[in-house]
Design a protein around this ligand. Structure first.
Ligand code: TYM
Length: 328
């Protein structure tokens, strides 16, 4: 059976980009494959974060996972830090990725650009090793992610080739899978930049109230001209809004374009805001309920047990392959 694995890092508030590029899609795999979805809390430590904020963000993601329609009877939902095999495999695999290739990672370059060497933690630099460990522990075939994470899956593939070349057929080759529509949602205030957890003006946060969300969409930067047309180069703002609309409606970009022929920008934005409200409204209500009930705690406990069983089998296989002496 196909194994699917993905995770979200509890570093900041989740955005509409996280929802469209990743979260919303996870449930689609749970009837046809074996799904592992986790909260990448160890990865959240790679940049300074307040312990209370980290805990709150982790609870939020657990509740968002359940609100998105992931069913804990079908999908294994867990915290990365509760399965120690992640850290153990990381300790082995860090010897099979090299400084030169880690230094070339776009995410590392972006995040460390404004820091000097005495501020950059080793964890930030070695981030892709832990991510490779996450993926490889579960023999994942498919890794659904947004466009910005493709490079990390690619380096995992390089690692698999290198490792298997040396030790035989030990690790399973994963493949990144991105959305046809919405693999990269852009900022509403600067549509040439990715919507990210750290840009309060241009982001729609899943925890924003509906009024704020509508306001952000209505004041999104648009472009010259007046036609609602998909043209990311010349009309990045309108193209981004069309992408959001199409992704949330599960239709293609051209179908979305057809719906808005002859629309003025203002009316188009209103339709996008209505669509976002139609989808996020009920989703947010479910999230609130789940958070208040605390039911996610039991899900995470059960998930850790199930994840651990699978992860430990892979860990043993790798330990044996590299020559660590088994004593049981
Ligand atoms: P993170 O937490 O930054 O983002 C979670 C997911 O959301 C996607 N995403 C977007 N998609 C479309 N448009 C955007 N503007 C946008 N912003 C974010 C991301 O691509 C991602 O899929 N390193 C990962 C977490 C991780 C992981 C893993 C993922 C750790 N181990 C193993 C998959 C497999 C991260 O920081 O994602």
């Amino acid at each position: 059976m196909t194994r699917i694995l993905s995770g979200i890092k509890p570093t900041g508030q989740l955005t509409l980009g996280n929802y469209i590029g990743a979260l919303k899609r996870f449930k689609d795999f749970q009837d046809s494959g074996e799904v592992f979805i986790f909260i990448a809390d160890l990865h959240a430590l790679t940049l300074p974060i307040d312990p209370e904020v980290l805990k709150e963000n982790s609870r939020d993601i657990a509740a968002f996972y359940l609100a998105s329609g992931l069913d804990p009877k079908k999908a294994t939902i867990f915290l990365q830090s509760s399965v120690s095999a992640h850290a153990e495999l990381n300790a082995i695999l860090q010897n099979y990725l090299y400084m030169g290739e880690l230094r070339r990672m776009t995410q590392f370059k972006d995040k460390s650009a404004k820091m000097n060497d005495n501020q950059i933690g080793l964890g930030l630099f070695a981030y892709p090793v832990l991510m490779a460990s996450d993926i490889l522990l579960y023999d994942a075939n498919i890794v659904p992610v947004g466009e910005d994470q493709i490079q990390h899956v690619e380096i995992t593939r390089d690692l698999v080739n290198r490792f298997n070349h040396r030790y035989g057929d030990i690790l399973v080759m994963p493949k990144a899978q991105v959305n046809k529509v919405g693999a990269r949602i852009m900022s509403l205030s600067d549509p040439t930049k990715k919507m990210s957890k750290s840009d309060p003006k241009g982001d729609i946060f899943l925890k924003d109230d509906m009024k704020t969300i509508r306001k952000k969409i209505m004041s999104a930067v648009t472009d010259l001209g007046c036609e609602v047309k998909y043209d990311p180069e010349n009309k990045p703002g309108i193209s981004n809004l069309l992408t959001i609309y199409a992704a949330l409606s599960d239709i293609s970009i051209s179908e979305a374009e057809e719906r808005f022929v002859g629309f003025r920008y203002g009316d188009f934005k209103k339709a996008v805001a209505d669509k976002v409200e139609e989808i996020l409204g009920p989703f947010k209500a479910r999230y609130e309920e789940i958070l208040a009930s605390g039911e996610y705690l039991e899900v995470l406990k059960e998930g850790a047990k199930k994840a651990e069983e699978i992860a430990n089998v892979t860990l043993k296989r790798v330990q044996k392959a590299v020559g660590l002496l088994p004593i049981e």
